[in-house]
Design a protein around this ligand. Structure first.
Ligand code: PEP
Ligand code: MG
Length: 877
């Protein structure tokens, strides 16, 4: 197997080789092929990463040999040599996975410098300052990335020298200062690690490549992968590229730019750059950059060339491009291009515009928007009237749109902790780093003091759809003391602030938010999704309010109405409890009689909110003790309300305790024990349908669903109760009313015997919450406590309760669907577990031939898009 090729020159690849070369590598190769100026280099493939891990975190001799061969070719192409004193080759070493993971993995720049080549570089460029500045950056990065020495330690040394000299900016340091700093850095390295800083460039390179492969499994990359559904097995590629220097003087520079505005989607170049700087200065937000349009004045020829290439790249990739470039002594180089990350608003506008510009078909455009991203558009915006009344206390850059209101916290850990306590927080930081990822996820909004529109905070927040205001330099912050000052006032941890990510405004108060609308580009785009998709999208809703919300978001019916949620209502819980503690059928029926009119009203409200759309209503499911009080005080109160003695009620409550309530007296087992409950619910469902059909002229066909079935005979038993009750009402009312009886498939045995179950069931709805719980054999309520160890150890990559386990649970779903159809070819198939709102799981449902998915109201638009994407990828006839 050692004949396999692991290393590819840029001139040997193209964009189609993304899986092997990573996104960055494939695009560098493609640009090289297109004749765009790209500094020479090569890519070490993702397969080499896999092999690195297979070999026990070691680069094999074969791969090292291939790297050396590629390096020799690169030396030939550039006319420079690794370690050559006169004309040294310097390279960057960067990660680049199949999917972009901004800032999550490591990079080393200026590799190839040592005590000798630095002098060579100084002579060659006639710029000793530049040479030593590059060297000190290299030592710092190598020490951090490869050897794990903290960056901040080096920053401290740098700051000491600046203080001693009485200067503020790095640019004010001269060649001698920087030379002194490199010496101090090397001394520090030796002091910490007990060995000299490596002088051999090839050794430096091998170490750096290994470090980038290692960084694939650093904690922040693992978290990012989990959030973005990126499998660990993909691995990262490593790109080794000749350094182009943007920091050699005033005819140099570096920048990042987008072909369209990544916040709004507006067409036109958008970006920023710095004269005489290296790329990390822009991304890290250390110096505040110039808008890209300023380049037209600074370097008109370069600007013209840049604009031409940018436009060609956008047309070539038929998508908005995010580009990094460097100008080295008046020559422009492209260091990267990729389809740019964008906000949900921008994604929709760009997709719609690209179709209108004739660059994309509707089908292609549908694939350009990440379904989960739509979530940000479905959440509240500021109430316009309230916003008008509020006065901003300051302004930063509108880095990621949306409205955020929450309590101030100053660290990522606190953001996470506060969120877990149920608080809404705004994370306020000097600047964010990739380590802050979990806190950024937890926060409603992010506010930073430093950094531009392409700083880490801005890029990551846009990717997550979290509101972000960056670069508010007016803030005086003390992260340790947990306070900041802005607009003449001091804000402490726990104080409310609000952020407007679309304007950059910051408010020192809580501002009311309002519900969003699906209109404009969003409306156009969703209409395309609806035209194309084959799967129907229903919602899980238990109240008229949620139902109406879901209908507004495009739900085509209810896939699951959990009737028990209505039982917790303050007005009815007494009757529910009476029913539960009833000693005999007569007492129970008395309590049920009280509940009947309330349930009927519930269903009337829901049917009306559905305006004639179908509804699947499920009979009572949870263990009964969930409805009972547990501590003595509450039991006493209830006992006196019900005219029972405390002891008597306590005994009943205790008798209802179960060791394993989720596998206990619940689901259809309740109807088997107490048929009168199913009778009451059926009565309410049928009478409500008759009433609404009469008044509104709808043709509602109630779908009555029996939960937790594992055996066809138990379904038949409950179904007989339902049909007997329903038929009697229909006859009594003298109306025509069709209704259906079906079942949840949520117990493995039901899936295994689905051909038998289908003899009685007119529809199946996969309850993948319970099905996952029972297939894995771990509790849906407690698994989170130990699943984190499974993620840490790479056993599971994602939560099987959120993302359907297609291998195991999915196999049961597929089998049950096929068995069900073998008995009843027209059986209606749906899913109503949490997975019904997860894009990857929805794709699976499409491919498995289900008729619909059902999910919570706020995921309905996500599901509509995911279903359309599944159809584009794998058309169903
Ligand atoms: C399920 O088990 O997937 C389901 C939808 O039912 P519940 O979550 O109410 O148990
Ligand atoms: Mg269930």
């Amino acid at each position: 197997m050692e004949n396999k090729k692991y290393v590819y020159l840029f001139s040997e690849g193209d964009a189609s080789m993304r899986n092997l070369l990573g996104g960055k590598g494939a695009n560098l190769a493609e640009m090289t092929k297109l004749g765009i100026p790209v500094p020479e280099g090569f890519t070490i493939s993702t397969e080499a990463c896999t092999k690195y891990y297979e070999d026990g975190e070691k680069l094999s001799e074969g791969i090292i040999e291939e790297i050396k061969v590629a390096l020799a070719k690169m030396e030939e192409e550039t006319g420079k040599q690794f370690g050559n004193k006169e004309n040294p080759l310097l390279v960057s070493v960067r990660s680049g996975a199949r999917a972009s993971m901004p800032g999550m993995m490591d990079t080393v720049l200026n590799l190839g410098l040592n005590d000798e080549t630095v002098e060579g570089l100084a002579t060659l460029t006639n710029n000793a300052r530049f040479a030593y500045d590059s060297y000190r950056r290299f030592i710092q990065m190598f020490s951090d990335v490869v050897m794990g020495l903290e960056k901040s330690k080096f920053e401290r040394i740098l700051d000491e020298v600046k203080d001693k000299k009485g200067v503020k900016y790095d640019t004010e340091l001269d060649a001698n200062d920087l030379k002194e700093i490199t010496k101090m850095f090397k001394d520090f390295y030796k002091e910490q690690l007990g060995k000299d800083f490596p002088q051999n460039p090839t050794d430096q390179l091998i170490e750096a490549v290994s470090a980038v492969f290692r960084s694939w499994n650093n904690p922040r990359a693992i978290v990012y992968r989990r959030l973005n559904d990126i499998p660990a097995e993909w691995g990262t590629a490593v790109n080794v590229q000749r350094m182009a220097f943007g920091n050699m003087g005033e005819n140099c520079g570096t920048g990042v730019a987008f072909t369209r505005n990544p916040s709004t989607g507006e067409k036109g170049i958008y970006g920023e750059y710095l004269i005489n700087a290296q790329g990390e200065d822009v991304v890290a937000g250390i110096r505040t950059p110039q808008p890209i349009t300023q380049l037209e004045n600074d370097m008109p020829e370069i600007y013209k060339q840049f604009m031409e290439i940018a436009s060609n790249l956008e047309n070539h990739y038929r998508d908005m491009q995010d580009m990094e470039f460097t100008i080295e002594q008046g020559k422009l180089y492209f260091l990267q291009t990729r389809n740019g990350k964008r906000t949900a608003q921008a994604a929709l506008r760009i997709a719609v515009d690209l179709v209108e510009e004739g660059l994309l078909t509707k089908e292609e455009a549908l694939l350009k928007v990440e379904p989960k991203q739509l979530d940000t558009l479905l959440h509240p915006m500021f109430d316009v009237a309230e916003l008008k009344k509020a006065t901003p206390i300051g302004k930063g850059l509108p880095a990621s749109p949306g409205a955020a209101c929450g309590k101030v916290v100053f660290s990522a850990e606190e953001a996470k902790e506060w969120k877990e306590r149920g608080e809404k927080v705004v994370l306020v930081r000097l600047e964010t780093t990739p380590e802050d990822i979990e806190g950024m996820v937890a926060a409603e909004g992010i506010l930073t003091v430093r950094g531009g529109m392409t700083s880490h905070a801005a890029v990551v927040a846009r990717g997550m759809g979290t509101c972000c205001v960056s670069g508010c330099g007016d803030i005086k912050i003390d992260e340790e003391a947990k306070v900041f000052e802005l607009g003449g006032k001091t804000y402490k941890e726990g104080d409310f602030i609000s952020l407007d990510g679309s304007t950059g405004n910051i408010y020192g108060e809580a501002i009311k938010t309002v519900e969003p609308e699906i209109s404009g580009d969003f409306g156009t785009f969703m209409a395309w999704a609806d035209e194309i998709r084959a799967l129907k999208v229903r919602t899980n809703a238990d109240t008229p309010r949620d139902t109406a919300q879901a209908v507004k978001f495009g739900a085509e019916g209810i896939g699951l109405c959990r009737t028990e949620h209505m039982f917790f209502d303050e007005n009815r819980i007494p009757a529910v409890r009476e029913m539960i503690v009833a000693k005999n059928e007569e007492q129970r029926r008395k309590a049920l009689d009280k509940l009947l009119p309330m349930q009927r009203e519930d269903f009337i409200g829901i049917y009306e909110a559905l305006e004639g759309r179908p509804a699947t209503i499920r009979l009572l499911d949870p263990p009964l003790h969930e409805f009972l009080p547990h501590d003595d005080e509450d039991i006493k109160t209830l006992a006196s309300d019900m005219g029972l003695s405390f002891e008597e009620l306590k005994e009943t409550v205790e008798s209802l305790q179960e060791f394993n309530p989720m596998m206990g007296h619940r689901g259809c087992r309740l109807a088997v024990s107490y048929p009168e409950i199913a009778e009451m619910q059926t009565t309410a469902i049928i009478e409500a349908a008759i009433d609404v059909n009469r008044r509104k002229g709808y043709n509602i066909v109630p779908e009555i669903m029996v939960p937790l079935v594992g055996e066809v005979k138990e379904l038949k038993y409950v179904k007989d109760i339902i049909t007997k009750t329903a038929d009697a009402i229909i006859e009594r009312e003298g109306v025509e009313l069709k209704y259906m009886v079906g079942t949840m498939i949520e117990i493995p045995r039901a899936a295994l015997t689905a051909d038998q179950v289908a003899q009685e069931a007119e529809f199946f709805s996969f309850g993948t919450n319970d099905l996952t719980q029972m297939t894995f054999g771990f509790s849906r309520d407690d698994a989170a406590k130990f699943l984190k160890y499974y993620y840490d150890n790479g056993i599971y990559e994602s939560d099987p309760f959120q993302r359907l386990d297609q291998t195991g649970v999915g196999k049961l779903v597929k089998m049950a669907a096929e068995l069900g159809k073998s008995t009843r070819p027209n059986i209606k198939l749906g899913i109503c577990g949490e997975h019904g709102g997860d894009p990857a799981s929805i794709e699976f449902c499409h491919n498995t031939g289900l008729n619909y998915v059902s999910c919570s109201p706020f995921r309905v638009p996500i599901a509509r898009l995911a279903a359309a994407q599944a159809q584009v990828k794998n058309p169903r006839k």
